[in-house]
Design a protein around this ligand. Structure first.
Ligand SMILES: C[S@@+](CC[C@H](N)C(=O)[O-])C[C@H]1O[C@@H](n2cnc3c(N)ncnc32)[C@H](O)[C@@H]1O
Length: 346
């Protein structure tokens, strides 16, 4: 996540990548190495990576607008950066087809960028009126499809599971009542329905009120962009593409995606062995493909949160590739298992 600001003179926005110092340190960047930024966004992390040493970078974003923004960086580093307008779940294909060697680090800064959030036409924000879109890649079902077409019971499940909204049933009911008379077409319309159904009174979180639409908007966005599937499909296979000592760094912004990242990282580092509720014991600790270079996840500093309030919920987690050989048939690669992890959240 990053922040964009428009200067008081009406000048162009600029973007502040979250936990930049921490990302650069933890990636342990070295000249000659190859890195992947799977969520290019406004390019803040990518630019800093390229500035910090003579490395090469594959920059991925499924939003074509981000790739357009990348032109400037391409001009500055014509030989060292390559762009791919794809999803990060396609990292294996991108690397197989274009690189044919392993990389030394992968960064995923999850969620949406300020460029997306702050553009009313994209429909991500309940604070700006716009069409109910919310698609990062500009294809597939829209937020309008979800609120106008999904059965009430399924709408409630989505809002509960992906938004962790306690009042999901009421919100779904009110949306369905409303749409009988009038199609819900704008972010303000949806936000007003949500506000009227659940109000503000119990929305307290750490002493602060959060907007009643926050959770429902998050849920719809996660659903239509298949955000959890993206994480779940890429991580179990990533080891094959990372050199020994290479790192995978992920910044999450809400508890659902953070739990998934933690669970998969715990599996890949062997932390879940014998204690996993999802799988039987595995016997050989030498098979672990990754280790934790840091015991804990990192959080933004207080001064970063003050400067960039959107960073406040960020958590940075990192794993480091060991020498263990990647073997496709290990239990941990069973997608079935991750379906079970996900089903616990449903
Ligand atoms: C939080 S922003 C990244 C900001 C970036 N690190 C920077 O410094 O400017 C997330 C970006 O990742 C993209 N994105 C999210 N999920 C994606 C996925 N599964 N595949 C590819 N891009 C994705 C979004 O379109 C968005 O541009």
């Amino acid at each position: 996540m990053m922040i964009s600001r428009t200067s008081s003179t009406g000048g162009p926005s600029h973007h502040v990548p979250v936990m930049l110092r921490e990302v650069l340190d933890i990636l342990a960047l070295r000249g000659g190495n190859v890195y992947v930024d799977g969520t290019f966004g406004g390019g803040g992390h990518s630019k800093a990576i390229l500035d910090s040493c003579q490395c090469n970078l594959l920059a991925i974003d499924r939003d074509i607008k981000s790739i357009e923004i990348g032109k400037e960086l391409k001009e500055k580093f014509p030989k060292r950066i390559k762009f791919y307008n794809q999803s990060f779940s396609e990292i294996p294909d991108i690397l197989d087809q274009n690189l044919n060697k392993k990389v030394d680090g992968v960064l995923l800064d999850l969620g949406i960028s300020s460029l997306q959030l702050d553009n009313p036409k994209r429909g991500f924000s309940f604070q700006k009126d716009g069409p109910l879109d919310m698609r990062m890649a500009n294809k597939g079902i829209t937020a309008s499809d979800v609120v106008n077409k999904l059965k009430e019971e399924n709408l409630a499940i989505v809002i509960r599971d992906f938004g962790e909204e306690r009042h999901s049933k009421i919100v779904a009911k009110k949306i369905c009542e409303h749409r009988k008379n009038k199609k819900i077409e704008s972010t303000y319309q949806l936000s007003e329905i949500i506000e009227k159904s659940i109000g503000w009174s119990y929305r307290k979180q750490k002493g602060k009120y959060i907007h009643p639409s926050t959770r429902t908007f998050q849920a719809i966005r996660i659903l239509i962009n298949q955000e959890l599937e993206e994480i779940i499909s890429v991580l179990p296979n990533i080891a094959r593409y990372i050199n020994t000592e290479g790192r995978v760094v992920i910044i999450t912004f809400h508890s659902i995606e953070d739990r998934i990242v933690k669970n998969i990282f715990d599996d890949l580092t062997g932390q879940n062995m014998g204690v996993s509720r999802y799988y039987p014991e595995r016997s050989n600790i030498d098979e672990k493909l990754f280790m934790y270079p840091n015991k804990k996840f990192l959080k933004p500093t207080n001064s970063e949160i003050l400067e960039n309030p959107r960073s406040r919920s960020a958590k940075l987690r990192c794993i480091q590739r060991t020498k263990a050989i990647f073997r496709e048939n290990l239990d941990i690669y069973s997608t079935n298992k991750y379906d079970k992890i996900l089903s616990e959240l449903r």
